[in-house]
Design a protein around this ligand. Structure first.
Ligand code: HEM
Length: 527
């Protein structure tokens, strides 16, 4: 609009000045003081020293100097979008949460997709797991489903997470490589952790090089609980099924795309949403009870296992539509804080030891990353339902308790007395617990290979070839022969031909002995 173009005139040195006027707002300091000259520091004479008195210069540079915050310790590179979740099939028989009650009900959401190992400035189309984190701003508070595009995880217990992540990210002495290239530390760790074999197979499959975020599945990974109005618990696994179907690139394409456009995935999402092609996923649930859990040959609390869809079909209950890009990347996508402990009445945890560690880790890390305990005051993290509590103060407090009372119980009448507990408030499922206190992995977590084998044989021959080639390519970057051999010793339990093909590709002869398996490996879904 012509009236919005700034009035432009030349300064003495030939520089261009643009002035406020008409619809053009006045540039001010953070204190609201109008700025007359944003091009020249205050100095003594044209060639003289700059003056400390120049409050505008100091404020501008001080603020610039503090622009960076720590990147996420994992999942540093990500891209987010706003949307909504719409219920298409009521779950009210098994879940009392409002968002799963009334068909047609819409819940606002914010979703962030991410890679795991690469830093914030790394490339998009790397071989890596993708994060698929969804924040539901429900009428009963925020629920975060912090999932991945792969249904299982590398480790069974959160205490191993720092070691796993250290091994997967840059090696500390040389600060390289990142996700797309294998290296000794990563393969050393996973080959010493047989529980990782299943997830490593997924990571070497085409799933780990998705064509775009829009063509990815998502999984809540852990078994959670749904709780109904009578307090009955049903186990649940959450799934996201992309409307566009599942698509990947091949490794050769991935390398070229990363070279030509490291922002390929974020550009794809931006272009789709701003062009009106709103990506969509169906939310699916696998529901099962204690009887199924007891009959299942693997432990439903073991996050390295999935529940085969042949045994418990995925029931599709809603759709997620992403229809709006953030107004500001930093304010929203960078500052959003997903946390597995954010749950609402009707949803509960299980004793999955990985999930329970995550419940501690996210809040802890975000308190540091976002500068203190008040990051829920940032609009992207605030609930969209009414909320009241007596928490106060701390860095960047935007709202404190109003009036006199900042504690309860108190004897002040309303409104001074403030909020009170409610009979409808969150109650944890009253699971019976007993047993000795000890550090010991459950025996039921000991089969590390059967589901890896099932995954491999579920792949088409072309996909199996891609997996073999990926193992060969990645392991060929490993300099230590013993690590290569150790990895092949696990693959011998997954599939003999796969192991032989990888060994041949690596020039490894003779074949190593199979790794010691704590449990016999089975092929069928139900041994
Ligand atoms: C970040 C998923 C296991 C610690 C993330 C994010 C996702 C995710 C999607 C990125 C969230 C975002 O976009 O902002 C998962 C899944 C896991 C898993 C599916 C296994 C099933 C763990 C474990 C720990 C952990 C075991 C620690 C014990 C973290 C931390 C962050 C993170 C510290 C950074 C959070 C932040 O700075 O906001 N994870 N994760 N994760 N995860 Fe996990």
């Amino acid at each position: 609009h012509p009236s919005q173009s700034p009035a432009t005139h030349m300064g003495k040195g030939g520089e261009t000045h643009q002035s406020a006027g008409g619809d053009i707002p006045v540039l001010t300091t953070q204190q609201g003081v109008a700025v007359s000259d944003d091009q020249n520091t205050l100095r003594v004479g044209p060639g003289g020293p700059a003056l400390l008195e120049d409050f505008h210069f100091r404020e501008k540079i001080f603020h610039f100097d503090h622009e960076r915050i720590p990147e996420r310790v994992v999942h540093a590179r990500g891209y987010g979008a706003h949307g909504y979740f719409e219920l298409t099939d009521s779950l009210s028989d098994v879940c009392k949460a409002d968002l799963f009650g009334k068909v047609g009900e819409r819940t606002p959401t914010f979703v962030r997709f991410s890679t795991v190992a690469g830093n914030k400035g790394s490339a998009d189309v790397v071989r890596d797991v993708r994060g698929f984190a969804v924040k539901f701003y429900t009428s009963q508070g925020n629920w975060d489903l912090v999932g991945n595009n792969i249904p299982v995880f590398f480790i069974q217990d959160a205490i191993k997470f720092p070691d796993f992540v250290h091994a997967a990210k840059q090696e500390p002495d040389r600060d390289f490589p990142q996700a797309q290239t294998a290296h000794d530390n990563f393969w050393d760790f996973v080959s010493l952790s047989p529980e990782a074999t299943h997830m490593v197979c997924w990571a070497m499959s085409d799933r780990a090089i998705p064509r775009s975020f829009r063509f990815m599945e998502g999984f809540g990974v852990h078994t959670f609980r749904l709780i109904n109005a009578e307090g009955r618990s049903t186990y649940v696994k959450f799934h996201w099924k992309p409307k566009l179907g599942l698509q990947s690139v091949v490794w050769n394409e991935a390398l070229k795309i990363n070279g030509a456009d490291p922002d390929f995935h974020r550009r794809d999402l931006w272009q789709a949403i701003t062009g009106g092609n709103f990506p969509e996923w169906e939310l699916g649930v696998q529901l099962f009870d204690d009887e199924f859990a007891d009959s299942f040959p693997f432990d439903i609390l073991d996050p390295t296992k999935l529940i085969p869809e042949e045994l418990v079909p995925v029931r599709r209950v809603g759709r997620l539509v992403l229809d709006r890009m953030p107004d500001n990347f930093f304010a929203e996508t960078e500052q959003v804080a997903f946390c597995t402990q954010n749950i609402i009445p009707g949803i509960d945890f299980t004793n999955d030891p990985l999930l329970q560690g995550r419940n501690f880790s996210y809040l802890d890390t975000q308190t540091k990353r976002l500068g203190g305990p008040n990051f829920t005051h940032i609009p992207i993290n605030a609930p969209k339902c009414p909320f009241h509590n007596f928490q106060q103060d701390g860095h960047m407090a935007m709202h404190n308790p109003k009036g006199r009372a900042n504690y309860e119980p108190n004897s002040w009448s309303q409104p001074t007395g403030g909020p009170r507990e409610s009979a409808d408030g969150y109650r944890s499922f009253a699971q019976e617990q007993s047993g000795p206190k000890l550090r010991q992995r459950s025996e039921s977590f000991a089969d590390h290979y059967s589901q890896a084998r099932q995954f491999f044989i579920s792949q088409t021959p072309v996909e199996q070839t891609h997996m073999r080639d990926a193992f060969v390519f990645e392991l060929s970057k490993v300099e230590t022969p013993a690590i290569r051999a150790r990895m092949v010793s696990h693959l011998l339990h997954v599939d003999q031909k796969l192991a032989e093909g990888v060994a041949m590709g690596l020039g490894l002869s003779p074949l190593p002995r199979p790794a010691v398996a704590a449990r016999p490996v089975v092929t069928g879904l139900q041994p």
